[in-house]
Write a protein that binds this ligand. Structure first.
Ligand code: FES
Length: 102
């Protein structure tokens, strides 16, 4: 087992994006844009040079499935987590502001 604490301490903000996919007929974040949102966020973090300190992580079901958009959780060092669901591509700028605020 390897201790990766020093690697993890580089992370200021971790954003979880549900990309869970279920069989046809069942609701899931993949169906409502979770994967696309995750990829767009990852690309934006890289373009802005923030990807080493602001991590985007795709996840399985976070337990807030809906038929509108994906579920997103923002974990920031030293603060309570922020959770959003029904997140769609049109919410990217709002989520982005929460991610990059100091
Ligand atoms: S499938 Fe995304 S929260 Fe359940």
């Amino acid at each position: 087992m390897k201790d990766i604490k020093s690697e993890v301490e580089k992370c200021k903000v971790q954003v979880l994006v549900c990309t869970n996919e279920r069989p046809p007929g069942k609701t899931c974040c993949f169906k409502y844009g979770g994967q696309d949102f995750y990829l767009a966020l990852k690309t934006r973090l890289k373009q802005e040079g923030l990807h080493n300190t602001h991590w985007a992580t795709r996840t399985g079901c976070l337990g807030f499935c809906n038929d509108v958009g994906t579920t997103v959780a923002i974990h920031r060092k030293g603060e309570s987590s922020q959770w959003f669901n029904e997140v769609t591509a049109t919410d990217m700028d709002s989520i982005w502001k929460e991610i990059v605020r100091e």
